[in-house]
Design a protein around this ligand. Structure first.
Ligand SMILES: [Zn+2]
Length: 259
């Protein structure tokens, strides 16, 4: 860590901004209140490119800095999230499962009433407006169940799909379900420069750049808690969420239920 630098940078995880049920939808009014709190707190919002340079020690941040990411490229990002981000000048990265765009979520763990994903015209329009896109694989599989050519196609194919459409280099990845193992991370590293997982925590210089922790925003629907987090007072609550999550994950494993 360089002097005048921060110790950690939270990378926020969102999915759908809508009133759909479940932990992967956050109501537009709650999202707007969370972003208002960011603006009022004086916390800076950086793109993942800047976070990557910071992680590599090539850039320093003089004040608390966050990045904002959206998994799955839900269609509601365009109408519900982007105007709120744009108004405040906040950058964001959308991780898109490229072979599913223009359709609806249809993967294991999807909502019973599938939410629509954005189509390529929307991806291109948002990219032209300055939204960053990363890959969330092609078909949203659990990458740890794949190997060889199938894994390769999910990783290199999705990057090619995005680069062909938006005409920009795509260097950032988020594995579906946050699931990876050392073989998957080695494969990701051949195609991308950074990968964001779902371990709960703030990114630090010591964090593995191919399995960066993130902050699941489902836990911060309460705006009072969220303001505390922005002021750097979120440590105890975060620890309690992390503990609850590891107990739940252990129970899932014990009963053979996948995440
Ligand atoms: Zn996903």
């Amino acid at each position: 860590m360089m002097s005048g630098d921060i110790a950690s940078a939270p990378i926020l995880t969102y999915h759908s901004i809508s009133n759909a049920p479940g932990p992967t939808s956050i109501p537009p009014a709650v999202f707007a209140a969370q972003m208002d709190a960011v603006a009022e707190s004086g916390v800076a919002v950086a793109g993942l490119d800047a976070i990557e340079r910071w992680l590599e020690g090539k850039e320093r941040f003089s004040r608390r800095t966050i990045a904002i990411t959206f998994d799955d490229a839900f269609e509601d990002f365009a109408a519900a999230a982007f105007p709120i981000l744009k108004k405040r000048g906040f950058r964001a990265t959308v991780f898109a499962p490229t072979a599913r765009l223009g359709g609806a979520e249809n993967w294991s763990g999807a909502n019973a009433a599938p939410r629509r994903l954005m189509d390529w015209a929307t991806v291109r329009a948002l990219a032209a407006e300055g939204v960053d896109f990363g890959s969330h694989a092609r078909t949203h599989p659990d990458l740890t169940t794949l190997g060889g050519a199938a894994l390769e196609e999910e990783l290199s194919g999705s990057r090619r799909d995005l680069e062909d459409q938006i005409g920009r280099a795509v260097r950032h990845f988020a594995p579906p379900y946050g699931r990876s193992n050392s073989a998957v991370r080695e494969a990701i590293a051949r195609h991308y420069s950074l990968s964001a997982g779902v371990r709960l925590g703030e990114a630090r210089h010591s964090s593995p750049i191919f399995d960066l922790p993130r902050i699941e925003m489902h836990y911060y629907r309460n705006i009072g808690l969220w303001r505390g987090f922005l002021e750097g007072r979120g440590g105890v609550y975060l620890q309690s969420r992390r503990a609850a999550r590891s107990i739940r994950n252990a129970a899932f494993r014990a009963f053979g239920q996948g995440a």
